[in-house]
Design a protein around this ligand. Structure first.
Ligand SMILES: [Fe+2]
Length: 380
């Protein structure tokens, strides 16, 4: 059996009203809580924040709310939130939101432990400063996801945007939230655009960890649970008729895929999607999903891919690819050029460490083919 490291530091509390149900645990976190969240789009209420404020009020916990999280959080935004948090001197942080809120909270907690340090130097300069085997967060972070997709509530690290290089880059894999509270009520009012992108992101995490040279029996077994949960809600998602149990399955599948992919990292679709996010503004999960059909097709060994397809509730790879395409088509409207595809394929093949995670021989021509076949409807 090959060597492996299985890492899973976060506790999971799952179920309707799980924040309220675990009030005594939250009370024991300390007397002062700093809440980090995002401003929700107009017409959508931040029910998670409402629940937390009510609970902290009942517990008599002193708290502050910072709702200034920016999507794809820049290092500067994390530094600013850290200044606000530092002035309050909290015992712990509660992150409420999607990946951006949770990643911001983890990075803020880390920065709080290094007062006076330049955040660029801390996050991207001297990696020796990281590597606490347990957690690089200085104070505990509790995560309450209000989207289901990124898995940030259980994965290590934080993806921040660097102003100096204009890129998104992950910070220490040892930044983890201590506990997460999964209540499907926080995603059930989401617009379908968010549900689509979240479900696709989680699906990509599962498939990319499963088809991965670093994969082993444990992360595969975990991913399989989430594939089967996906099979339960996929038709309702496509028909835009999600109900209570579908949301439960979806939020659970997202967290479980997070547990699985943090053991191996992601693979081709995630790497190939960056030009779409960066240059075309395509949302992360949808950007990954655009490549999923052709990615699965490019694997010659069907013994590796067909079990995934079946567990996800499809008979054939074609059926799977058609489903994913329908979800992406209804959300993505971009134009790409042949020159862009060529450039992206060159760039990916030259630099991408994810190629090394691919289980079969693959080179620039195959990468170009995936780009072209996945994006042909968008070529102008
Ligand atoms: Fe992702």
């Amino acid at each position: 059996m090959k060597s492996f490291k299985f890492s899973f530091p976060a506790k999971i509390y799952f179920g309707r009203d799980c924040v309220k149900e675990n009030a005594s645990l939250i009370r024991n976190m300390g007397k002062k809580a700093f809440v980090i969240t995002s401003k929700f789009i107009e017409g959508y209420e931040n029910i998670g924040l409402k629940d937390v404020e009510r609970l902290l009020g009942e517990l008599g916990t002193d708290y502050r709310v910072c709702d200034n999280v920016i999507e794809n959080p820049p290092v500067e935004s994390v530094a600013e939130i850290t200044r606000q948090a530092g002035g309050f001197d909290p015992d712990y942080i509660i992150a409420i939101g999607g990946g951006s809120a949770i990643d911001s909270a983890k990075a803020v907690s880390c920065l709080l432990g290094h007062p006076g340090t330049d955040p660029y130097e801390l996050f991207y300069g001297n990696w020796q400063s990281f590597g606490n085997i347990v957690n690089d967060c200085a104070i505990p972070v509790l995560s309450i996801p209000t989207t289901a997709g990124t898995g940030a509530e259980v994965t290590g690290g934080a993806v921040l945007t660097r102003a100096d290089t204009d890129t998104k880059l992950a910070v220490s894999q040892y930044l983890v939230s201590e506990a997460t509270f999964l209540d499907y009520r926080y995603i059930e009012k989401s617009p379908y655009f968010l549900l689509d992108t979240g479900a696709m992101d989680a699906l990509a995490h599962g498939i990319e960890t499963y088809i991965n040279v670093n994969s082993y029996f444990l992360n595969r077994a975990i991913a399989e649970i989430a594939f089967k949960l996906f099979a339960q809600f996929k038709d309702a998602l496509l028909a835009k008729k999600m109900k209570g149990e579908d949301f439960e399955n979806m939020i659970l599948a997202s967290t479980i895929e997070g547990m699985a992919f943090m053991q191996t990292g992601t693979a081709l679709p995630h790497g190939m999607s960056y030009p779409l996010s960066h240059h075309k503004g395509v949302n992360h999960g949808l950007g990954c999903a655009i490549f999923l059909g052709e990615y699965v097709r490019c694997i010659k060994n069907e013994e590796m891919t067909l079990p995934i397809i079946h567990m996800c509730g499809f008979e054939t790879v074609d059926e799977f690819a058609a489903y994913v395409k329908e979800i992406t088509n209804r959300n993505v409207n971009i134009e790409v050029t042949e020159q862009e595809l060529q450039a992206w394929a060159d760039e990916f093949a030259a630099l991408e460490y994810r190629l090394a995670r691919h289980p079969e021989p693959i080179g620039r021509d195959e990468i170009y083919k995936i780009y072209r076949d996945s994006l042909k409807a968008y070529i102008k």
